[in-house]
Ligand binder design. Sequence first.
Ligand code: HEM
Length: 368
Amino acid sequence: DRSIPFYGEGVAQAGIHTPPQRHILYMTFDLTTTDQRALQVLLARWSAAIAQLMKGEPIGQVEPERQGAVGFDTGEALGLDPASLSVTVGLGPRIFTEALGLADKRPPLMRELKQLPSDAFRPELTGGDLSLQACCDDQQVAYHAVRDLARIAKQTGVAQTRWTVMGFGRASAGKGQTTPRNLFGFKDGTRNIVDDEDFARHVFIADGPKWQHQGSYQVVRKIAMHIENWDTDRVSDQNAVFGRHKVSGAPLSGTYEFETPDFAARDANGDLLIPANAHIHLAAHENNGGIKILRRSYNYTDGINAVGQLDAGLLFISYQKDPAQFETLQERLGASDGMNEYISHIGSAIFFVPPAPREGSYIGEALF
Ligand code: HEM
């Protein structure tokens, strides 16, 4: 029985520090009410349901005794192991408004993300007032969780679905995990945040109002990857795009995956071994005043696009204690990243993820 605790005291919600599970079902929702109490009820009901789901238990009867009744749990996870399911709830910028009477509870750094020149968003893939990030080693268990939570949102008349992505393979590494690969075929997550010290310094909030402590900002980007173009590119060029070797994952300045990249190293012609516009050159903390983010991304596919090409990409998810950490990196990447001709940022959202509720409480209780 691989189950992760939902409740906790003075800790973050599961699904941030948790080493990434294999799959994700990510969904955002729009509020359909400005009734603060209705939102409170939804968060309480979601929390109770998530606690059950993470234990691998149904959230209600599947086959009610009264045969005329409608089942409460939809049933497709019955008999399945919880498979390390975590469901992480995020609150969008419009939760903290006058309309809902929650303006005074706005986390100090909560705001819409800055518009950047690299944005190519489809409006229907942006924003949301609530987010659910269900990660699990069993895709069916993740799907069931979000499906039944979406059903509660609809039944209570509080929120409706906005956009969703189903990711089929983790593209980031946590503590003790081997580095997986993204759909460009490169190891992804080699230099991710793994130490608790780095989590404390870069990911979890520890100042300001007490109710936001151990919270974090979740930034989500649906990034289409033009994999058919990529697949026609020479491997030397692909390596230069990332600044790493495709098979070993080693920086172009070295031989082993976990070697520290040497961004100043040059070849016999005087050219930088890791080009100045390589993805890791632009994103590394050494070249960004020490900024780090936690990446917790997944590969996705939407099948085949209108012109018959494979339609796939990266559901990029990062956690940071200040949205500016993401913006600083994306501003640099958007301006010069060698990868830009192969990707488009088509979706985007930001959420504040409150800390885990203690037993008997629910997510966001401190707001009400
Ligand atoms: C590193 C892929 C988007 C931030 C890497 C690495 C790969 C990769 C292969 C090297 C291995 C590693 O250290 O994990 C991708 C792909 C993307 C993407 C395929 C989009 C489709 C982004 C975005 C950001 C970002 C949007 C932030 C705004 C980083 C950072 C590193 C990194 C901070 C570590 C750099 C270092 O310290 O060496 N990425 N990435 N990436 N990426 Fe991305």
